[in-house]
Design a protein around this ligand. Structure first.
Ligand code: COD
Length: 307
């Protein structure tokens, strides 16, 4: 089996660039950092933007950051919630290939995505996937779901994992090492997370998640360090070589991700899966480079799926 392992975002960017431009609809685009990311993605030849927001403010900010708007479609909608609806309309009507959140509250944006009529639902659970490039770490590390589902039960964890594995397969990762993260390795009803983690590992043993090795429950040290596993006397096929963390709750994913960014200098790219198109779901404090990488991740998946 040939499987790609991404050493960093540059290799993702190269792949995405080689497939030409796609159109992204940006909801509530009147924000300097969002437009800076759009400028970078434009310059890389990744996207053609459709910017929905207060057009006068967008033009003013574009002037300040030297973003050329000649290739860009502008749709005037100063209200962020209405802008989210118009951005979803643009995708539903085929005017854009994927969607990006701008300066709007995440829940308001997600409600537009999930609206029953002319929304972007597929019948699957929508879930968040984040990729991290961490200084000193040999490969991109993925985490799901630290951004959408708050406290998923076992069936939802299964869907969250399936969404990520489907997506990682699309971008060339045919075999993914997954750890269902917990605080320790003993399965106990006192820690319900450990029961779910064991159930997911058992499903994998029985043939579920065919493009993955799923192990758990395991604490973070054993997921990233063969030495830690040896000290603890745990045998693991993954042996410290994790690609994807399945976290038990949104808080674990959120704190893990922000720790990587703020304590370890990582760059994060976050997208939503399970919808009709990948969705760039960045937060206000993400740097323009981090937003560029999220655009890269979403656009690559979209491009591969639609070739
Ligand atoms: N996938 C598919 N459909 C969903 C999902 C999902 N993950 N979540 C909700 N729905 C559907 C429901 O089935 C229902 O039909 C409708 O959407 C409304 O669902 P509710 O009643 O749970 O709606 P809300 O508005 O209370 O909550 C939905 C949100 C997505 C807004 C909420 O789950 C949320 O705020 N999640 C956290 C997002 C966030 O703040 N992330 C942090 C940083 S990026």
């Amino acid at each position: 089996m040939i499987t790609i392992r991404y050493t960093g975002f540059e290799s993702l960017l190269d792949q995405a660039k080689s497939r030409g431009r796609t159109k992204v609809a940006v909801a509530a685009a009147a924000d300097k950092e969002v437009l800076e990311a759009i400028k970078l993605a434009e310059m890389e030849g990744l996207i053609t933007p459709v910017l929905i927001g207060d057009v006068e403010v967008i033009k003013q900010l574009a002037l300040e950051i030297e973003l050329k708007l000649d290739r860009t479609e502008l749709i005037h909608e100063p209200n962020p919630i209405e802008a989210a609806h118009k951005a979803v309309d643009a995708v539903v009507d085929g005017q854009a290939h994927f969607l990006m959140k701008g300066l709007i509250n995440s829940s308001d944006f997600l409600r537009a995505v999930l609206r029953p009529e002319r929304g972007l639902r597929t019948g699957r659970l929508l879930s968040h996937l984040a990729a991290f490039q961490i200084p000193g770490f040999s490969r991109l590390l993925f985490v799901t779901d630290g951004g959408m589902n708050i406290a998923p039960e076992l069936g939802q964890k299964k869907e969250i994992l399936e969404n990520s594995l489907l997506y990682l397969k699309v971008i060339g990762m045919d075999l993914v090492n997954v750890i269902a993260l917990a605080a320790n390795e003993a399965v106990s009803p006192k820690m319900p997370t450990t029961i779910d983690a064991k159930a997911l590992a058992d499903m994998n043993q029985k043939g579920e998640f065919p493009n993955a090795i799923v192990e758990g429950p395991l604490a973070l040290d054993g997921a990233v360090s063969a030495v830690a596993l040896k000290h603890k006397g745990i045998s693991s096929r993954i042996n410290g070589d994790v690609d994807l963390f399945l976290v038990p709750t949104i808080e674990v994913g959120n704190v893990l991700g922000k720790s990587l960014v703020y304590f370890a200098g990582a760059t994060m790219a976050g997208i939503l899966l399970g919808s009709q198109v990948p969705i760039v779901l960045t937060s206000r404090n993400d740097t323009p480079r981090s937003k560029l990488m999220a655009i890269t991740l979403a656009s690559l998946g979209q491009k591969v799926l639609h070739l």
